[in-house]
Design a protein around this ligand. Sequence first.
Ligand SMILES: Nc1ncnc2c1ncn2[C@@H]1O[C@H](COP(=O)(O)OP(=O)(O)O)[C@@H](O)[C@H]1O
Ligand SMILES: [Mg+2]
Length: 367
Amino acid sequence: VKERLTALSSRYTLALRDYLVDGGEATLLEAYELGRTALGLKLGILEVAALHQEALVSALKLAAPPEGEKLAKRAAEFFVEAVAPHEMSRRGELEAKSVLSEIVRKLEEKVRTTQEELDERARIERLKDEFVSVVSHEFRTPLTSIQGSLGLLRCGVGGGELSPKARRLLDLAQRNVDRLVRLVNDILDLQRLASDGFVFDLAPATIGALLDQAMDANLAYAAQVGVALALGDVPRGARVRVDPDRFLQVMANLTSNAVKHSAPGEAVTIDAGCRDGFVRVNVSDRGPGIPAEFRHRIFQRFAQAEPSLDHGRRGSGLGLSIAKAIVERLEGRIGFEDREAGGTTFFFELPQWEGECPEPPSPGGRP
Ligand SMILES: Nc1ncnc2c1ncn2[C@@H]1O[C@H](COP(=O)(O)OP(=O)(O)O)[C@@H](O)[C@H]1O
Ligand SMILES: [Mg+2]
């Protein structure tokens, strides 16, 4: 460094002498270069000034420069050029700082507005949920009343004989009001599940007893559409800790889906097994299967594939999302797979509650 400083100092002296004597652009360029070298050696402006003073003294000894005003002017011009790199780098630094602080300011602004937007979106989402839940709630009572009245009318409580046409219209109205009631109940269930407002009444129960109840609850609908419902192998004594009503709700969803997608004369089978501390329940059909392009969103709300055989009982597309929410609240998981010879198996697994899995699984049906 010391050597380079000495070199710089003697180059400076020579260049300054040339400029004092002859002036000229080329020498000013050299002054600028010397300034850059000084900057590279980490000299400050004051040190360059000192260097300049020394060089000026030496230069005046070396040559006979012009006198007076011209001399002072040239010395000053040379100095200004020599410190130009310092000036520029300082200005660059200032500029960089102001650009940086502008970027930081904009970023902060962006973060703030994004947060505000997120808050606003969450608020709207909440409002929407509340709205849907209030509306559904308000619908339920009058709908139930309409449902009851229609039922009574169809039973002839209105007095007199019903014409075939009136009966057909009443049947149609009944089917539609049933559907609306199901939809409203589904929406309310989903709402409560999503908001954790659903209190589960948890108690250990054997899978045998639970699946017997599920069979009882769903046999009528299956029979009505000519689909057989069969209980296969079940480890009857294996226990799970569930809210029985919610368990039956999951079973009703999966079973009605399987029945809906079965042709008359086909069978839907329910069975169960134990694996790795979980009890797994399967609901299997021989239906058309789940279309490939629909599989990834089958558990989403309101998701329905192309209408298929639904035996006049159109659903809302909410059943599977409700089933998934319930199973997950019970710390289990739900899924489906294709069956080898065609059809689909929907299954869910729940943690086994104490005790071993009774092996081998005893055949289904009541003991
Ligand atoms: N066992 C099944 N076989 C074929 N498709 C099914 C089966 N279960 C469900 N699906 C498809 O998944 C969709 C969503 O089911 P779900 O959420 O229960 O709604 P919903 O029964 O009201 O239509 C159904 O509309 C149907 O397209
Ligand atoms: Mg369904």
